[in-house]
Design a protein around this ligand. Structure first.
Ligand SMILES: *Cc1c(COP(=O)(O)O)cnc(C)c1O
Length: 397
């Protein structure tokens, strides 16, 4: 039998990101019981480093995100329900970079994950850990990709999934979930309306809610993107451009950088973080520009980049904090630019990516023309998912 995981978890406790309350890690929690804000997983990083968790040991480990087992939450190997998520390609894009005067341009291709998006990382971690703690039924409100990933990992773990998606979600997302054995409910409205519907099942049926940042471990799965960047580059890049909905990946990578500093892997130099949103739903961009701590809910959210159609994010303050601490930026791009870039990336560069992913390129164009990025800088675009499930709504040819 091939070895799927090595090492052990150094998880110690959970800590509220807002009020700092500490909670016991070995039972299930959603939000902070005192203030209702997200909980963060904490590890004994000193012990992990002392006991040999160093970049050099990773070379021997399997090519999935569980190579970072010490800083992931699952205690017993039998509960790591992997489908091979993570350790995705970091591709040099010299010809694309040339068009923007950026020879060092890279893309992180997250479409290589199970179910075709980076949602696999978060939901693998959340489902694995929750099943370890006794959960048997899950629920999630989703624009599409999170629902597919939950369906896959619930099936993998022998658990049940109840998914709630907007009625206008492209059809392949629905078929994917049903094929994976999930119970699918389509809801009139946006992801926020789906969340209201899902909340009823959570209250009445006792399902475990794995909404973005409403339990601590999806963030842990997504943070592995930060570890991977460091491992694949041997350092951290200068700029990271990230399509932001609920912000788990951005907040997760920021947490990974902090952990790697505590582990003694890197110094305090971190990348400038850029959030990209669609012009039709840009609450984080607006709050960033206005210097606000929280974002105001966006009215009449509209964009074909479904994963960015998040009018209100519970982790808004964490996203904004990471952007500001990193001297980063927040950029809104039009749906026209997103569609153009989606087609261009496919035709000219062989990358068949989702609209959210292509939005990063539209943002790069803006930032370069404003001179916010210098030619010698190393920039990573996060291509968060593949195009296939969006085909019914993409008119590229
Ligand atoms: C969910 C999703 C996003 C947004 O991710 P967050 O971490 O929630 O901000 C971006 N792209 C794709 C393809 C998604 O599915």
């Amino acid at each position: 039998m091939s070895v799927q995981v090595e090492g052990k978890s150094f998880l110690t406790h959970l800590e509220c990101a807002a009020c700092g309350r500490q909670l016991e890690a070995d039972r299930v929690w959603n939000l902070c019981p005192d203030c209702g804000k997200p909980l963060l997983a904490r590890y004994n990083l000193e012990a992990a480093a002392r006991e040999g968790f160093r970049p050099e040991v990773l070379a021997q480990r399997p090519g999935n995100m569980w190579r970072y087992r010490e800083v992931l939450p699952v205690r017993e190997a039998q509960y790591v329900f992997t489908l091979g998520e993570g350790y995705t390609p970091l591709l040099p894009m010299p010809r694309l970079g040339q068009k923007f005067g950026l020879p060092g341009l890279l893309v992180k291709d997250e479409s290589a994950n199970p179910t075709n998006s980076f949602k696999a990382r978060g939901l693998c971690a959340a489902v694995s850990r929750a099943v370890e703690l006794g959960v048997k039924e899950f629920s999630i409100p989703s624009a599409g990709n999170a629902a597919g990933a939950l369906s896959a990992y619930a099936a993998r773990a022998g658990a049940r999934a109840h998914v709630f998606m907007p009625r206008d979600v492209p059809e392949p997302f629905v078929r994917e979930c049903r094929l994976l054995g999930a119970e699918v409910e389509l809801v009139d409205g946006l992801i926020t309306d789906c969340a209201r519907k899902a909340a009823r099942g959570v209250q009445e049926q006792g399902w475990f809610d794995v909404s973005t940042l409403k339990e601590p471990y999806r963030l842990e799965g997504k943070k592995t993107m930060g570890y991977e960047l460091f491992e694949q580059l041997g350092r951290l890049p200068d700029v990271i451009i990230y399509p932001t909905g609920g912000g788990t990946g951005l907040v997760g990578m920021w947490k990974a950088f902090q952990e790697m500093e505590a582990l003694g892997w890197c110094d305090g130099r971190r990348p400038r973080m850029v959030s990209v949103q669609a012009e039709g739903c840009a609450p984080i961009v607006e709050a960033f520009r206005q210097g606000q701590v929280h974002a105001r809910p966006w009215e009449n959210a509209r964009t074909l980049a479904a994963g960015l159609r998040v009018p209100a994010a519970i982790g808004d303050f964490l996203i904004l904090e990471a952007l500001r601490q990193s001297q980063g930026e927040a950029v809104a791009v039009s749906d026209e630019a997103i569609l153009d870039m989606t087609g261009w990336l496919a035709r000219e560069f062989g990358l068949l990516v989702s609209p959210e992913s292509a939005a990063t390129l539209a943002a790069l164009e803006q930032l370069r023309s404003r001179g916010w990025i210098a030619p010698q800088e190393q920039v990573v675009l996060f291509l968060t998912g593949g195009a296939y499930k969006y085909f019914p709504t993409l008119t590229l040819d």
